[in-house]
Every structure is written in structure tokens, then in C-alpha cells.
Design a protein around this ligand. Sequence first.
Ligand code: TRP
Length: 390
Amino acid sequence: MKLIYVFTRGVRKGRLKMQNSGAVVTPWEVKGEVDYDELIRQFGVEPLDRLMIERLGRHAGGLHVLLRRGMFFSHREFGDWMKSYEEGVRVALYTGRGPSGNTHLGHLIPWIFTKYLQDAFKADLFFQMTDDEKFLFNPELSIEDINKFTEENLLDIIAVGFDPKRTKIFADLSYTKKLYNIAVRVAKHVTFSTARATFGFSESSNIGMVFFPAMQAAPCFLPQYIDGKDTHVLIPCAIDQEPYWRISRDVAPKLGYRKPAGIYSKFIPGLGAGGKMSASMPETAIFLSDTECEAIKKVKNAFTGGQPTIREQKEKGGNPDVCVIYSYLYSLFEESDAEVAETYKSCKSGGKTCGECKESLAKKVAAFLKEHHRRREKAKDCVQDFLLRE
Ligand code: TRP
């Protein structure tokens, strides 16, 4: 059994806890097979239960596939946030992107879900691009590199289809005045000891890194800071960002703001055996900049739960539970419940080969990319409509 670090509630007491769930989950690193039930306990968040999902479905007029199939799996006070909405309190959404490279499918998952929430609740979305974070945390990246990624990533974000009238995208290094004003107020309430315990900073961390969590906390309070109106913010994001919200929630009442609620996703696996999709392993990640051909090739080379030969597959059947192809169909790409159930059954019984499943996923991924590329081209003409100005 591998020993790993997970930042848990216990670390608030000033030490990093060693866990042995076989995975590492921090805002900067996600490695290994994540046990999500364990993560729920460690992060002290709530599982997204059926009642909560149905309540959201009633507001949204339907259940998104990411919700039905458990990709979004946990939350913090999401019920309270919906209650605010039901009672007429202004609600807003906040999510973000650290522009450290090209965008891949894994990054897109929380954004697709955020769009679904924006449409359902007619909410303003505040979208932070943490160019400062990626500069401070990556010794090898220059400001020029980051600026290039910010510009490129911005198009992928817009291509998701957010409502231009309700979406405000900003990068920390440009939209600085208000953010910094909020961040210093946050920072005053966070000791070095808490920051170190929550994020694992050390003597050799640069001082920008230590301040940065205040910059990521700031947008939790931005909607209200801008016009003074009471606002309940919900953060849809991948679960690894949770440590930031712990700090934000601790500080909120001290600054006279509501605590932000959160709704959290799992990580999409990479196309190889084990681990999440990661830009550092390009052959196992589907980048939004990949051509359709490149993506199809990656899908065809992916790890499956199949037997080594077709004969064995027919005799013994495959194992969809460990199959990356199946998990992509299940989590995102196959909307039909009947179809996904049929694929599961016929894989297990040996009726379906890996080739067939790969073919089916490859087609869906290619169609998805084609549409994304089209929208990304269009996005170039309307960047200004989305940018938040001082
Ligand atoms: N730190 C995130 C990253 O590295 C970017 C980010 C900033 C973010 N604010 C956020 C992500 C809010 C989710 C929600 O990608």
C-alpha cells in the first residue's frame, strides 16, 4: 500500500496527515486512484444525495448527465444556496482556471456543468483566471508564457457557451484593483500557520505563493463587493480546490459576507491505466486543441477492460468497471441510459469488443471537438463581451 499525503481537516492543527488511500489530492497535484468516499470524509464535505439532485433537477428542468452519472458527487451547503435562490436572495456562480497550458477535456467538465447551473438559475458567473498563481507556482513559466495561455484558454472558456450578458471573466494580473482590495482583507485573517497547514507551504515557498490563497478567495466576495448587494455564491469545481474554500468560508463572516457554497466533481481519468487526465501526459489527455484525427488515435490507443484477444473476450467477457473507454461513455459522452446499460451488459458477456466501444467513443469525441473548434473560432469575435473591467 502506497503512503500518500492528503490535506485533511486534521492539518489545520498544523501537520500534514499521511493517508493510505493510494492517492494524492492537493490543489496542485492529483495522483493515483482516488477513493472519493474517503475524500468526502477527509475534506468534510457532503455527498450529493438523491434528494438534492432531484431538487436541482426541478429547478433546471432536467438532470445533466454529469449529475445523473455521479461525476458531480459532493457539495458544501448546496441546499442552503438553492434555498437562497428560492427565497429571492441574489445568487451567483464562481469558478476558474489556472492558465498553465492548453485546455483538455478534464478542465472542461466543471465548466460544462457551470453552464448548466447558469442556465438553470439565471445566475451571473464570475470566472477567475489565476495567471498570478501559475506564474508563482511554476518556476519554468514566464509571464509571457502565461499571458499566451490566458489568451488561448479564454477562447476555450467562451466556447463552452456561457451567457455573455451574465458572464464576467477576469485575469488576476489585469483585473487587479478590486481583487487586491478584497484579498488584503482576507489575508489579514489568515495566519501563516493556517496557510502552511492547509496548503503545505514550507520555508522555501516564495512569499507570493503564501499570499495567493487570498487572491483565489477574493472572487467569493466580489459580486457583493462590486455593488453592495447581499449575494450567495456557489462554486462549481473539481474537488481538489476545496482547501481554498475552507479558508474563504472561515474568513467570510469576519468580513460580513455569506460563506460560499460549493458543488464538486471527480476527476476524469486519463486514457492510460490509472490516474486523472493530465496535461503532463499528453498521450493520455484529449486536448481541445487536438485535431479530430489526433483525438481518435488517442481513443484507439486507450486502456480498456478487455481481454488480450477477441477469442478470450468472447469467452470470458470484459471488465467495464476498470475500462477508461466505458467510463468516458458513462460519465459524459453517452446520454442514453438504455445505451449505457446495454454497453455494460454486452461487454461483460463478451458480446461487444473493445474495438466497437472505441469506435463509438471516438466518433463522439470527434464530433464534440468539431463543435468546440467551431465555437472557439466564433469566440474570437466576442472576447470583449465577456471580460470584466475595473
Ligand atoms: N486554482 C485553479 C487552477 O489551478 C484556478 C481557479 C481559480 C479556480 N479560481 C477558481 C478553479 C475557482 C475552480 C474554482 O486551475
